[in-house]
Design a protein around this ligand. Structure first.
Ligand code: ADP
Ligand code: MG
Length: 272
């Protein structure tokens, strides 16, 4: 009997679905090949994280994702000494692990992190590609299989939360935005299971609400929220309740703004 020893090809269903908006997949692959760090800019919920998951799976690379927050310090990425049964042992953080083992380290919403994070990223993002671990005295050289990817949302009004030029200019940068109408309808339908004809008015409503960004709203409705809305509708929630819970409540706590959004939503729902 002939037994095939070749590993079976990875079925496509293991690659998270991603609908590209331009040349970002080819750019990612080239950056990976040339060992260049990548910066993804764009509003929240427009597909940045999905894109990285898609590319990591497509290239067969391990992916370590860190969601940055305002308490996240450099030591949370590099590692620290911890007490274990009376001994102090060094425990690698996710960035150090990725540098030792290779693969993609993805720092999501990097501007949220504390300022000392930039300091550890700098020597990793120029041609040295090293990670100095002051606490252990090690100087780790990143292997060819290591790639740093960071994302941030430049749309926030908070001026304190932008990336310093000295950090930004160390990355190949790709700008993301929401997909064009028809593509967004297709993605939301695919993700939620709701028919495209029923998704269309939700995307149209999202467009109306996005146009208020900067006036009454800090952020517009993300693709993520439209997917939530369509998923609720697909499981039997009424259109108005789903819209209220996913496309209005998450956007504002201001009663006046909320009333105005409901008015817009009701008009779009009536037309749809
Ligand atoms: N281009 C896209 N292709 C496929 N799904 C997408 C795309 N853009 C957004 N989505 C959907 O929106 C959700 C949120 O996207 P995500 O990648 O988490 O946004 P971000 O990281 O930009 O905040 C995803 O889980 C997916 O369902
Ligand atoms: Mg994200």
């Amino acid at each position: 009997m002939n037994i095939a020893l070749k590993a079976p090809p990875i079925p496509d269903c293991n690659v998270p679905a991603y609908s590209p908006s331009g040349q970002e997949c080819a750019l990612f692959e080239s950056a990976w090949t040339r060992q260049l760090p990548l910066l993804l800019k764009g509003p929240t919920g427009c597909g940045k994280t999905r894109f990285v998951a898609h590319m990591a799976a497509k290239l067969g690379l391990p992916l370590s994702t860190v969601s940055c927050h305002d308490d996240l310090a450099a030591a949370d990425l590099t590692g620290r000494y911890l007490l274990k049964g009376g001994d102090t042992v060094w425990v690698d953080g996710p960035l150090t692990r990725a540098v030792r083992e290779g693969g993609i380290c993805y720092l999501d919403e990097i501007v949220e992190a504390r300022k000392d994070v930039a300091v550890v990223l700098h020597p990793l993002t120029d041609d040295r590609r090293v990670l100095p671990l002051e606490r252990t005295g090690e100087l780790l050289e990143a292997p060819p299989g290591f790639m740093l990817v960071v994302s941030y949302n430049p749309g926030y009004q908070n001026l304190l939360k932008t990336l310093k030029p000295s950090t930004r200019q160390r990355f190949v940068a790709i700008e993301f935005d929401f997909l064009p109408r028809d593509r967004e309808i297709a993605v939301v339908s695919e993700e939620s299971g709701l028919a495209e004809s029923r998704v269309a008015p939700l995307v149209d409503l999202a467009h109306r609400l996005r146009s208020l960004k900067g006036h009454d709203l800090e952020e517009g409705v993300s693709t993520r929220l439209i997917v939530y809305c369509a998923s609720l509708v697909d499981s039997g929630v009424t259109l108005r309740d789903a819209v209220l819970a996913t496309m209005i409540e998450p956007l504002t706590d201001e009663p006046d703004v909320k009333a105005a959004l409901i008015e817009i939503a009701d008009a779009v729902i009536r037309q749809g």
